[in-house]
Design a protein around this ligand. Structure first.
Ligand SMILES: C[S@@+](CC[C@H](N)C(=O)[O-])C[C@H]1O[C@@H](n2cnc3c(N)ncnc32)[C@H](O)[C@@H]1O
Length: 511
């Protein structure tokens, strides 16, 4: 294995060397000659420089190994992918394969490779291969055969390997690499591998509940190169707990790579952010789409928890909002938000208010307020009431995690079998079609109503509380109306992230 030989021990031999054991000429990859022939710049057999796909030779205590690769042996990721193989003449391939299979030595994850000199290389499980196996191959299985051990630096995955899931591939590559480092692969290590992750372009974000066993520590940092190589990314990060301090900072550590900036394109909107500093919830996609479809032309909006612009941007780009005041207190999120407003061409229609939104100086300006904070945005309710237009009122979109109890399941009313099958989250859940104060929002087509009683109860209590706040803030009575309750995602067992659309209008003065 590449890990068993130091760079100093490695020498390349030219591809035209037809006799495997004859070292026709050397390329010293550590000499600073850039991998060129160390003997002569016009070497008779190769013209002085390695072509693509050259042979290379490793010398280790265990004997001599040839290596096959395309390019520098020190290239990124190359050493993780290397596999051990046994080389022989093509006519002995079948006998070799049968023997290796019987001995449980055959590596089924990689294809047999054809070498430039006409021999074939059968990938094997290098950790289990012993000198005695080679002797048997040479003397008993196929007398007279060439039998040498090599390394395939860039092995081609077999059909079987290509069809395995990313998690299986990860397990395979990591276990192989770990054993190559002399560490016994165990059920404990296997159980500690990640089952799922977030892929942000070429950055893999692992959850906190994996790679916790202490054995991994000794295998860092190369372990992360193996993980990256197995899953086809270049950077790896791992999340800790989301900080409970209100900034929702996810405590992400970068394990491989030099920065955590990533980009997502979602519904035609570009979002850039640093995963080590800001959160991104894939689960909010339905709500982002819904927000994008709201009729917000000529409206002024306040987004009290703007983050990197998850809702601010759809409001501006798709819903046609005239202007958004975006509040955010995490400086890293503000940097990303500013960038995202610019790259989406809407910076001139947004003002960022950096700091605690509870101290916001704005009042009487908003047609609509977005309160996108879970588990609860309740601390933002007074300021939301304060920014609503005094004479016209507006709509609040209030996010909340609501707990419900097992056994009391969602009750789709009057939905077809088909709809029941696709439950739990149709587009419209509760829609109040009351006649007073109808808006573009409440006139939208309704699908069969369905709810959990706990959502309805929470919505009603929120409505009562907001009505009280509005009266206190504006010094006059307001009427409120539940327009809609939208489930966003299941946050935890029996906990749903929902959004209440609450219409708030000042009561007309009587007399
Ligand atoms: C959950 S993120 C919201 C992002 C987006 N709305 C979403 O759901 O994906 C909440 C954001 O609100 C910010 N935040 C929380 N409390 C705040 C406050 N009092 N003032 C300003 N920003 C606040 C956090 O820093 C965070 O970026």
């Amino acid at each position: 294995m590449a890990a068993a030989t130091s760079p100093r021990q490695r020498r390349r031999i030219c591809p035209q060397a037809h006799q495997p054991f004859v070292l026709a000429c050397h390329f010293d990859v550590t000499s600073g000659s850039g991998g060129r022939c160390a003997r002569s710049s016009s070497c008779c057999c190769c013209g002085g420089g390695p072509g693509p796909g050259e042979w290379s030779l490793s010398e280790s205590r265990g004997g001599t190994r040839r290596e096959w690769g395309t390019g520098s042996m020190e290239r990124e990721g190359g050493k993780n992918a290397a596999v051990v193989a046994v080389v022989t003449e093509p006519r002995f391939t079948q006998r070799y394969r049968e023997y290796l299979e019987k001995q449980k030595l055959l590596d089924r994850q990689h294809r047999v490779a054809k070498m430039p000199d006409g021999t074939v290389a059968l990938p094997v499980l290098g950790e289990a291969l012993r000198e005695q196996h080679l002797r048997e191959l040479r003397n008993c299985v196929a007398p007279g055969s060439t039998c040498i051990v090599t390394q395939l630096l860039h092995p081609v995955p077999s059909k079987k390997a290509q069809s395995c899931s990313p998690a299986q591939r990860l397990c395979l590559e990591v276990s192989r690499w770990v054993e190559g480092r002399g560490v016994t692969w165990s059920a404990e290590l296997e159980a500690d591998l990640p089952r799922s992750w977030q892929r942000h372009g070429n950055l893999l974000l692992l959850s906190e509940d994996c790679f916790q066993a202490k054995q991994w520590k000794n295998l860092e940092p190369e372990l992360w190169e193996t993980v990256a190589s197995a899953l086809g990314v270049r950077r790896v990060a791992k999340r800790g707990r989301v900080s409970p301090d209100g900034t929702r900072t996810p405590a992400v550590t970068l394990l491989l790579g030099d920065h955590g900036w990533v980009e997502h394109v979602d519904n035609g909107i570009r979002y850039k952010f640093d995963v080590t500093q800001c959160m991104f919830s894939f689960g909010n996609i339905t709500e982002k789409l819904r927000v994008a479809s709201l009729p917000c032309a000529r409206e002024v909006l306040v987004d009290l928890y703007a983050g990197i612009g998850y809702f601010t941007l759809p409001f501006l780009v798709h819903a046609g909002a005239a202007f958004v005041h975006a509040c955010e207190w995490n400086p890293h999120a503000v940097v990303a938000l500013r960038t995202n407003l610019e790259i989406n061409g809407v910076a001139d229609r947004c003002q960022i208010h950096f700091g605690d939104n509870r101290k916001l100086k704005l009042s009487n300006i908003a047609d609509r307020v977005n309160l996108g904070l879970i588990p609860s945005s309740e601390e933002g309710w007074p300021i939301a009431c304060q920014v609503l237009k005094q004479d016209a009122g507006g709509i609040l979109h209030i996010h909340q995690n609501v707990e419900s109890f097992p056994g009391k399941n969602l009750q789709p009313l009057g939905s077809s079998e088909m709809e029941k099958e696709h439950w739990p989250y149709p587009q419209q859940i509760i829609t109040n079609q009351g006649t007073n104060g109808a808006t573009g929002d409440s006139r939208r087509k309704t699908l069969p109503a369905a709810t959990k009683p706990e959502w309805q109860r929470w919505a009603e209590s929120a409505e009562t509380r907001i009505a009280t706040l509005l009266r206190q803030v504006h010094g006059k009575p307001w009427k409120t109306q539940i327009l809609h309750i939208q489930p966003v995602k299941s946050y935890a067992p029996h906990v749903d992230h929902i959004v209440l659309d609450l219409e708030c209008r000042p009561c007309p003065l009587v007399g």
